[in-house]
Write a new protein. Sequence first.
Length: 289
Amino acid sequence: MTGFGIGDVPFADGRVVAEIRSVNQRFLDVRARMPRELADLTLFAEQVAREQLRRGRVELVVRTEGAVVVPCVLDKARARTALRALGEIRDELAPGTDLPLSLLAAVPDLFVPPAGPELVALRTAVRAAIERAITGMDAMCRREGEAILGDLSSRSTTVKRLVGEVDARADGAREGIRRRLRERIDRLLAGSEVAADPTRLEVEIALLAERGDISEELTRLGSHVEQFEGALLTPEGEPIGRRLDFLLQEMVREANTLGAKAQDAQVSQLVVAMKVELERLREQVQNVE
């Protein structure tokens, strides 16, 4: 589901702020963006988000506000190596000239993030800011989830009603098929000298009518709807998206079979309405975890 959250934590004379945005996606994909002074904590920030999230395309932005001083320390070994290499080039190209220390300013990554207590405090602040942002996003997702639950429940009730209407008409539709078959045979035999065996004729009519029998499909479809509604009552926090998606696939399959077998205009109309609701349910279920 989609959501947004923001969290901040005091740090030094400023604060660390985390913003998180999520859009629906079947799998979890976390991308973090950090300011230069926090760049080395990018993987750490992504891991914090992954520990608490299960799906979605997540964009995480962490920034600092105010006088947040992130102390860095000089990598002395790297500085000595760089200065030695510069001295060797100086001796080769311009022996005897001065070698100012200011040249080291052009060497990248001479200053590294803090270690020890400073780093622990910084990581703690970043984690806390991210967790607060996720809490805010979860609250937004929960409100959206309640709205989706209401929509799913309403539409499944509509599908259940349509299944009942088709079931109520099924017996009458079956008799209608037999009546139309008899009328068609009577028209074909009218004026003909061919005499049909009544017993054999009834058997053939019964077999043809049986091909249009939809009682099994209605039973399975009704069972799937009951299971779907039962899944909607699953306690909060337990994932049900895949189960709902599977049940919908089965319901769509049974509805397609109903449509193929239906030889009654009213039943066909009911099945079309049913398919419309199932398609809307399928689209909505894609937002469920």
